[in-house]
Design a protein around this ligand. Structure first.
Ligand SMILES: [Zn+2]
Length: 308
């Protein structure tokens, strides 16, 4: 074929198409290269450390316990393509207040002890859409798994906490042994339960001046226990599930872990002394002094009125 027979316009079009495709691929590659490794994200590192620490405390045997951490789009965007939805998972409930919110959540049936070794299998990052009815998976659950069966209790608790504290980011559930034991031998009356914990360590009223709420035994994993927990979360960051464990909420993983840790320490002291004659205690007047010292307001009606 002679050079004069070649259709230059077709060639030009083909060349431009090819150049455009290369440009697109380059842009994609640049975007991917700019994206950082999510396993290095501060929220991921903290989540893995927290799950590991909770397992180390003996609060999360087998697949016990679950954590959800709310994240902003700005926190997630440097690590993930937010338009790449891997799977859509129905949540089974409505939570319109959480539409568009991102959560890093432990997986159902997953063991806390394994989170540090395979975070991408045991954790998932979801975006809530469709008035809370759908969770879009953006990262994780790589073995085909899904979020914790307690997601209703978590998301409903997030929604409830956000109405009283717009800074709330964490909901955490686990099975600390002494708190659990205490629900077998102590009345479940919330005021009495709170007062006992406050009396067990001086720091308790300082760490949770709003007290702890208590739910009687209920079937877990249901919307009913989710709704009941969320209702309790409106007035306290800690809710004990009798004969099961505890729910905690807070502004970050440290605060929430620390809340549960403090309540569990108090329950441990109680379980050590409950069968012994009580000789000394922290009086209500002592606790009023603590409230003054740390500028706290204890749960209304939980302490005897001040003497002066
Ligand atoms: Zn549980």
């Amino acid at each position: 074929m002679a050079l004069k027979d070649i259709d230059l316009s077709e060639l030009k079009t083909a060349a431009l198409d090819a150049a455009a495709k290369v440009g697109e691929a380059t842009r994609d590659t640049v975007e991917k290269l700019k994206r950082r490794d999510i396993l290095t994200a501060p929220f991921m590192v903290e989540m893995i450390r927290t799950a590991t620490n909770m397992y180390g405390h003996g609060w999360d045997e087998r697949n016990g316990g679950n954590i959800s951490l709310m994240l902003s789009e700005d926190e997630v965007a440097p690590y993930l393509d937010l338009s790449a939805v891997l799977r859509e998972l129905p949540t089974g409930f409505d939570a319109p207040a959480l539409d568009g919110k991102y959560f890093l959540v432990t997986g159902t049936g997953k063991y806390f002890k394994n989170v540090q070794y395979a975070p991408e299998v045991n954790l998932g990052l979801i975006r809530v859409t469709d008035s809370g009815r759908t969770a879009q998976l953006l990262w994780g659950y790589t073995d085909g798994g899904k979020f914790t069966s307690e997601l209703p209790a978590h998301l409903m608790s997030h929604a409830a906490r956000l109405t009283v504290d717009p800074e709330n980011r964490v909901v955490m559930h686990c099975h600390p042994g002494n708190l659990l034991a205490m629900t077998y031998v102590h009345t479940l009356d919330e005021k009495a339960f709170t007062r006992t914990l406050w009396q067990m360590c001086t720091e308790c009223i300082v760490v949770f001046p709003e007290g702890v709420n208590v739910l009687p035994w209920m079937l877990c994993g249901t919307n009913a226990i989710g709704e009941a927990t969320a209702e309790k979360m409106r007035t306290a960051r800690l809710t004990v599930w009798a004969q099961h464990g505890i729910y905690g909420a807070g502004r970050d993983l440290d605060e929430t872990f620390g809340l549960i840790e403090t309540a569990e320490k108090a329950a441990e002291i109680y379980m050590k002394i409950a069968h012994l004659p009580l000789v000394n205690t922290i009086t209500d007047e002592d606790m009023w002094q603590l409230c003054d010292r740390f500028s706290l307001t204890p749960r209304a009606g939980y302490l005897a009125p001040r003497e002066n």
